[in-house]
Ligand binder design. Structure first.
Ligand SMILES: NC(=O)c1ccc[n+]([C@@H]2O[C@H](COP(=O)([O-])OP(=O)(O)OC[C@H]3O[C@@H](n4cnc5c(N)ncnc54)[C@H](O)[C@@H]3O)[C@@H](O)[C@H]2O)c1
Length: 463
């Protein structure tokens, strides 16, 4: 099939490359000419394991091409995939201006009947609006081509995007007729051994499924984060609680990690967008409002652990930070908890020495004007002379760190672990003050609070 993918971000570039890998003729288009220039040299504009190699392979086989000429992209393919960004507006609603501007271009340049597949995450009703815009422009041009709209939300995870795309656990497709369903089935058949993994639904349900899935995952994270705070003061251990919960097949083990709160390009904006969609039709999604609130609190809760340790005196302190990307395996800094924490450390007068294996280039763009932030390739260098180490992203290399070297480099042997990558008992043995999430904190005050709980229960029964 000849496919043009509009937008070469994480979704457009990865899916376009994977469609080429499966034998389609793919033209990826973007208004960012510099990005296209780099792609034509085989350089990926962001880090995603294995992507650059797959781009080069498919480009050399002449199945994958790049262009900044949007008209060419619209004219040359029978299927147009919209994969542009849908960021949050100030009020939390989805900014659909990029999607709608693509719809306008499609209307302007369409030269035959086309399938228009919306891959961007869009609120329910958007595909219909895209069709209306295209048809309005076609009418104004006095032409009458057929527009077959498809909703095909993307579920790839940054850091594992190729695997998710080439071997999808499920494909959701919203269609309006059998003909389009057959075309999409043919397109996705090479990706799945079992076609029952491709779920065909109506367009509205497809659009909603994407938000519902992300909202559910965000809910699990916020639930665990809130629970972790209770664990901290009662003496329970959130990691063991998680293990026990995850063994229940009704619950499953995924997305139950307590930490510094979720971030990234999807969860924060998608949760907000769903809340806003509901509000627009006079409905309040109170669970999701709490999910969002708990997430904000969790960033602050972690920051407060550091602040309390230093008795509120962060002025002049140097904080080493391991991890900037919102999760391991990506250089994506959108809504990264690390950025929010850096902002708070700076506000309270501290300096930050941050290290990340991949995200430094993006971080330099965002933080170069901050004189109190230094960025390091080597995560050991970031420790030199720091008053504390704060771990924000669970990169695998941090787990294998030489903790004796960490101890020798830090001014104080204290680690705040926002991702629970070490065992408290081992850290205590090594002589660290180790403060993590959802566990007895290893500090005198918290220990005392923890033993109050059984006493309170006992008193209740005696009285
Ligand atoms: N990033 C993810 O992990 C992920 C996962 C699933 C779904 N999504 C959804 O996919 C969509 C795209 O996300 P992303 O992270 O890939 O976005 P992105 O911001 O990384 O990339 C968007 C690209 O679109 C280009 N663009 C904007 N307007 C254009 C136009 N008129 N014509 C051509 N190109 C244009 C931009 O230059 C940019 O390169 C969003 O709706 C997002 O919610 C993202």
């Amino acid at each position: 099939m000849r496919i043009s993918v509009i937008g070469t971000g994480y979704v457009g570039l990865v899916t376009g490359t994977c469609f080429a890998e499966k034998g389609n003729q793919v033209l990826c288009a973007d208004i960012d000419a510099t990005r296209i220039e780099k792609l034509n040299q085989g350089i990926a504009p962001f880090y995603e394991p294995g992507l650059e190699e797959l781009i080069k392979k498919n480009a050399s086989k002449k199945r994958l091409h790049f262009t900044a000429n949007i008209q060419e992209a619209m004219e040359s393919a029978e299927m147009l995939m919209i994969a542009v960004g849908t960021p949050s507006d100030l009020d939390g609603s989805t900014d659909l201006s990029y999607v709608m501007s693509v719809a306008e271009s499609i209307g302007q340049h369409m030269n035959a009947d086309k399938y228009v597949v919306v891959k961007s995450t869009v609120p329910v009703g958007t595909c219909e609006a895209v069709r209306n815009v295209i048809e309005r422009v076609l009418r104004a041009r006095g032409v009458n081509y057929k527009v077959q709209i498809v909703s095909n939300p993307e579920f790839l995870r940054e850091g594992a995007a190729l695997e998710d795309c080439l071997y999808p656990p499920r494909v959701i497709v919203g269609v309006e007729n059998d003909e389009t369903q057959q075309v999409m089935l043919n397109l996705y058949r090479p990706f799945v051994e079992d076609t029952s993994k491709i779920l065909f639904v109506d367009i509205f349900s497809s659009e909603m499924t994407k938000y519902a899935a992300n909202a559910m995952l965000a809910t699990r994270i916020s639930f665990m984060n809130e629970l972790s705070r209770i664990c901290e003061v009662t003496g329970a251990n959130i990691d063991l609680v998680k293990k026990g919960m995850g063994m229940d097949p009704r619950i499953g083990p995924h997305f139950l990690n307590a930490g510094v709160g979720y971030g990234g390009s999807c969860f924060p904006k998608d949760v907000k967008a769903l809340i806003k969609t509901a509000r627009n039709i006079g409905s309040e999604l109170s669970i999701l409002q709490a999910v969002e609130e708990v997430n904000q609190q969790q960033h602050d809760h972690f920051f407060k652990k550091v602040q309390d340790y230093f008795k509120g005196q962060l002025e002049g302190k140097t904080i080493a930070m391991w991890g900037l990307a919102f999760k391991p395996g990506t250089d994506d800094l959108r809504e990264a908890p690390a950025l929010r924490l850096i902002e708070k450390f700076l506000y309270y007068g501290a300096r930050v020495k941050a290290a990340d294996p991949i995200a430094l280039e993006g971080a330099r763009k965002l933080l170069s004007f901050e004189s109190r932030v230094e960025l390091f390739d080597s995560f050991y260098e970031a420790l030199n002379g720091a008053d504390a180490l704060v771990i924000v992203t669970e990169w695998p290399e941090f787990k294998g760190a030489d903790l004796n070297q960490v101890k020798a480099s830090l001014k104080n042997s204290v680690i705040f672990d926002g991702r629970n990558i070490f065992l408290p008992s081992e850290m205590e043995e090594l002589g660290f003050d180790y403060i993590s999430i959802g566990k007895e904190m290893g500090l005198g005050l918290q220990k005392q609070t923890a033993i109050l709980q059984p006493q309170q229960i006992t008193n209740q029964w005696i009285n």
